[in-house]
Design a protein around this ligand. Structure first.
Ligand code: NI
Length: 172
């Protein structure tokens, strides 16, 4: 089922997510819906707060569309290790559509999480997959990529967002 994506300004995006107890059918349903919603929106990652759900669940799929879907699903993700080496990448977010900025993140991470079957897993990843997981994990703590960029660039994006909002509210 496709879910509505919450946009910047909604307080749910600023809340701290709640840990998942165990992977119940209700959670796998949420994960399935999040993957479907992410693919439909042509996004490479989605966190539960972005669909208005406070639980600590993220999905990521950075594979080329040509190669077919390969979603990564994580509940309660935790960073066990991060590389000193950093990576600067242009990021966007489905909750701030059409806005992009370069964000500096760890190039490699080791993450522990509950998988779709409810098993505890550990995985070490690097590059775009690692930066994308860090972006989605930030959502679980109410952090958005615009919090991590220069105030100059942030103000520019926020001004454009509020302008777009006013335009949408104005009568045609
Ligand atoms: Ni995002």
């Amino acid at each position: 089922m496709l879910l509505d994506i919450v946009k910047y300004g909604d307080p749910v995006l600023r809340q701290k997510g709640e840990r998942v107890g165990e992977i119940m059918p209700e959670i796998t349903q949420l994960i399935d819906d999040m993957v479907e919603t992410m693919h439909e929106a042509h996004g490479i990652g989605l966190a539960a707060p972005q669909v208005g759900d406070k639980r600590r669940v993220i999905v990521v799929d950075v594979v080329d569309e040509d190669a077919g879907p390969d979603p990564v699903q994580m509940a309660n993700p935790e960073l066990l290790w991060v590389s000193d080496e950093m990576l600067n990448q242009e990021e966007g977010c489905l909750s701030l559509p059409e806005h992009y900025a370069e964000v500096e993140r760890h190039n490699a991470i080791r993450v522990r999480y509950l998988d779709y079957q409810g098993e505890i897993r550990e995985r070490e990843v690097a590059g775009v997959l690692a930066t994308c997981i860090q972006h989605e994990m930030d959502h679980l703590d109410g952090i958005l990529f615009v919090d991590l960029i220069s105030s100059l660039k942030r103000n520019m994006i926020l001004r454009k967002l509020s302008k777009a909002k006013k335009m949408a509210a104005a009568p045609a």
